[in-house]
Design a binder for this molecule. Structure first.
Ligand SMILES: [Zn+2]
Length: 78
């Protein structure tokens, strides 16, 4: 019996092509603003207010991402 696994769920992390995890973050402001980042290989996916340049900056300076999380602009997807 085949189980349906195609339904898209909001997940905190998902598997990356490199075998590690991509971590998901979102904002309160816009429903569709989400990012998934793999800090191992640098692969990411961005939508909404997140531009590729922004995510590139997060990868180079994870402290910025931490700061935005502290100020509640971004939070991990749960
Ligand atoms: Zn990866």
């Amino acid at each position: 019996m085949r189980r349906r696994t195609t339904r898209r769920l909001r997940t905190q992390k998902r598997e990356c092509e490199c075998g590690k995890w991509q971590y998901g973050y979102e904002t309160d402001k816009t429903e569709s603003s989400r990012i998934y980042i793999c800090f191992s290989c640098g692969k990411f996916e961005a939508s909404g207010v997140f531009t590729d340049n922004m995510v590139q900056t997060f990868l180079e300076e994870p402290r910025i991402l931490m700061h935005l999380m502290k100020t509640d602009f971004i939070k991990p997807i749960r």
